[in-house]
Ligand binder design. Structure first.
Ligand code: NAD
Length: 270
């Protein structure tokens, strides 16, 4: 069958592309023909590993996809402005923003330090706001519109005790997605989100390599397993592509059934 790249020639920023889901998105988008700005905050070697994996894909060579590495802390306004300036200078424009960077910190809610709360909200919510604002300013400055896809979570709608700031950030992301989608729908700008369930990435280092802890996590997932970063990246590619040209303001959950109220697998309520 002929290979038809979904994102041929599109210019993209992927935030937090030096590990986990962001790295998989960057690689997937390059295979689909996009030019990718690989954003990282600290640890350039990991961003270089993303770039090396992109270059090693035979599809990337076929599509002629380009990439470059750009350092920025997404919670810092000047960093974000400079990242957009560099990306637009490098590629000549921007078509797609992927707000992927995110962090979490566990603590009983009555013991959360205000500085930790601010940091999580800063990266997970202020960051996507700052990046979306810069992207939309650019999208409006030339014809063609643009696309934003946010990395949300099942915790956009499912509460997560002991992760108060994370829950709040992902809950807030729902209205970031929906408000921007509504505000700019008539100007060719689509804004959507992906809501992953439990995915085997460094953010879940507490259980991914511990068979007992992992078994406990997976026992709660209707499909019986954690997801992979590649499975999530494929959903981002779909929402970023013209295949999703009539979809805006939505969160597409990719969670093995976690949002289906798994406790109701058996009939216990009546
Ligand atoms: P990860 O820890 O591998 O990736 C997070 C990335 O964000 C890292 O590359 C990190 O360097 C980057 N980052 C952190 N702070 C940053 C900042 N200030 N500026 C720029 N980059 C920054 O974990 P992941 O699972 O790949 O997480 C990616 C996204 O997926 C997050 O938004 C997370 O909330 C979301 N998510 C993950 C899961 C999961 O189970 N892994 C589930 C739902 C949602």
């Amino acid at each position: 069958m002929m290979f038809m790249p979904k994102l041929q020639g599109k210019n993209v920023i992927v935030t937090g592309a030096s590990s986990g889901i962001g790295q998989a998105i960057a690689i997937c988008f390059a295979r689909e023909g996009a030019n990718v700005a690989i954003n990282y905050r600290g640890g350039r070697e990991q961003a270089e590993a993303t770039a090396a994996r992109m270059s090693a894909c035979p599809e990337t060579a076929k599509t002629g996809s380009r990439h470059f590495i750009v350092q920025a802390d997404v919670s810092q306004e000047q960093d974000v402005k400079e990242m957009f300036r560099q990306t637009i200078a490098e590629f000549g424009g921007l078509d797609i923003l992927i707000n992927n960077a995110g962090i979490q910190k566990a603590a009983p809610s009555h013991e959360v330090e205000a500085s930790d709360f601010d940091r999580v909200l800063g990266v997970n919510l202020r960051g996507p706001f700052l990046c979306s604002r810069e992207a939309i300013r650019h999208f409006l400055s030339r014809p063609g519109g643009g696309v934003i896809v946010n990395n949300s979570s099942v915790h956009e709608s499912i509460p997560k005790p002991q992760y108060l700031s994370y829950s709040i950030s992902k809950g807030g992301m729902e209205n970031l997605t929906r408000t921007l989608a509504l505000e700019y729908a008539d100007r060719g700008i689509r804004v959507n989100a992906v809501g992953p369930g439990a995915i085997a990435t460094p953010i879940n280092r507490a259980w991914i390599d511990d068979p007992k802890a992992r078994g406990e996590v997976e026992s709660h997932i209707p499909m019986g397993r954690a997801g992979t970063s590649e499975e999530i990246a494929a959903v981002f590619a779909f929402l970023a592509s013209d295949e999703a040209s009539y979809i805006t303001g939505q969160t597409l959950y990719a969670c093995g059934g976690l949002t289906l109220f798994p406790e109701f697998r058996g009939t216990w309520s009546s």
